[in-house]
Design a protein. Sequence first.
Length: 57
Amino acid sequence: MSENSAIVQRFSPRQRFEHFVLIVAFVGLVLTGLPQKYADHNWAQTLVKLLGGIENI
């Protein structure tokens, strides 16, 4: 690196935290929503059982 190059911060700690929360929310919605949409598939029924039944999701 040359002497004139500056370090640029891409994301602030708050933005990183917000991104993490968004990822967690998205994964949670996927894990609880897709099994309900595809309830007739075996993988969905298995996932619903692992999550404690349809009443819990």
